[in-house]
Design a protein around this ligand. Sequence first.
Ligand code: 13P
Length: 264
Amino acid sequence: MRKPLIAGNWKMNTDSQSAAALARSISDQSPGYGAVDLLVCPPYCYLKTVSAVLAGGTVLLGAQDMFHEANGAFTGEISAAMLKDCGATHVILGHSERRHILGETDQAVNKKTLAAHQAGLIPIVCVGELLSEREAGQTAQVIRRQFDGSLAGLSAELMAATVIAYEPVWAIGTGKVATPQQAEEVHADLRKLIAERYNAATADRVRILYGGSVKPDNAAELLGQSDVDGALVGGASLKADDFLAIAAAGTLLAGDDVTRPQNA
Ligand code: 13P
């Protein structure tokens, strides 16, 4: 069974004090949530602060983006090795805000994904359709195109170690959550696609998170779907109690019958 991952994407929020306090609160309470992996993704500039707070505990640290080059004249960018140096083990890539506000392409996300793996960071690669695409019946097509573009060139082993996040764009920050059935349909299709491109064993190992208006009151139903292996939480991850209530829904569903994926 895949161990659920509950990830908090803090986006461009918090300051040094509130980031440390939020991390402290989550870390202090984390021993009760051993059946799930907990991950927080603060802004770059607070990674080291949060890393120091999380030291010695089990809460994992991730970044929200990176550049694919290792170093050099790339003003304003940050590399996978730099993130690792700040204590990160994970990195969110291809978030819809980067795709749609900052113009990031599948090709750019793919370069970043390969570079993250090469540096030993676990990428959380986001895919998701716009409302207009869903209404036009193009959801499966869009997700498949993003998958093939963003995740090209990975070995089966690296694919298995990759986390995918399905985040329908119309559900992000809108309070309009996908129904558990809508989420499961896309997650199951993604897993089928991994089996087609690789094999069933690889598909079985990949954790696929749902993101988009996940809250304490809808988490249990979403996480209860057989192909939903966790959540990528935005707004609700900024309050420790809400984030942990979502984690609690994952903990209940996971029970004790979970194993950590090999490279996580
Ligand atoms: P919200 O949970 O605020 O809808 O954000 C979801 C998200 O974008 C997580 O990456």
